[in-house]
Design a protein around this ligand. Sequence first.
Ligand code: SF4
Length: 308
Amino acid sequence: MEELLEKIHQLKQHYNAVILAHYYQDPAIQDLADFVGDSLDLSRKARDSDAEVIVFAGVHFMAETAKILNPSKKVLLPDLDAGCSLADSCTGKAFKEWKMQYPDHISVTYINCSAEVKAESDWVCTSANALKVIQAIPEDKQILFAPDKNLGNYLIKETGRNMVLWNGECMVHKAFSMEKLMKLWQQYPAARLIAHPESEDHVIRVAEFIGSTSALLNYVQDSDKDTFIVATEHGILHEMQRRAPEKLLIPAPSKDNNSCACSECAFMKMNTMEKIYECLLHGKPEIQLDESLMKSALRPIERMLSLD
Ligand code: SF4
């Protein structure tokens, strides 16, 4: 492993590359990365980076967003098949047809969608700034929200806005088992449940705190409580434990009887150290997007970033 790390560092220097990693990556990849963050942090880092090559340790829509924000740079995704069940639930064509049924509505899309969908959207948002984006839309306008219906329902409750929702879900966040969660609470009665808003409504309703990956991290770090059940992708526990080493962090149990009793995103975990090395060495797989598509997709992303 040491040897592989050394080779990656050499290649990074040679090609003036930066490695951006999402909190859902394997701990070893998070430790190797120049920057670890959630979708919003990573979008900003990609926009501001002066590296010539961006290696995106995350999933396809994230690397696409990095490319849209930095069209002149080479953006590499270690495994092109690292997709997203949520993004895949909404194709550009289907989204366009759906939008045509609501010509007077403003469309807001969660960043977990393809460049084609972004290009058709008025606004893009992440879970960290979704409330801010919805609140920036005049009260007299109606809203279409895609592709995550769970996040959409949460936003309806929080803002009181009437929104038409696309019927998409994240396979990881819909996998939490309430039955197992209740049993876990009997074992750890003082535990606080914290959840990502992509989780299903029954989890959101019993959660003590709901927030984006960054918000969940800050909450655990700043809380005076010491035991947390964490309802989001398991990878976040690495950074959470690093920031709060004295606290007990328990991944929320999923319906499947997988070995770690937690929820992991199979797409995120397709990235490996070996694939990062290979992609730096060969300069591929590279994200390539049509110029006019990038221009159209940039508009709603920039609108979102202008709220910073
Ligand atoms: S955790 Fe869910 S939303 Fe995130 S990349 Fe995986 S499938 Fe997509």
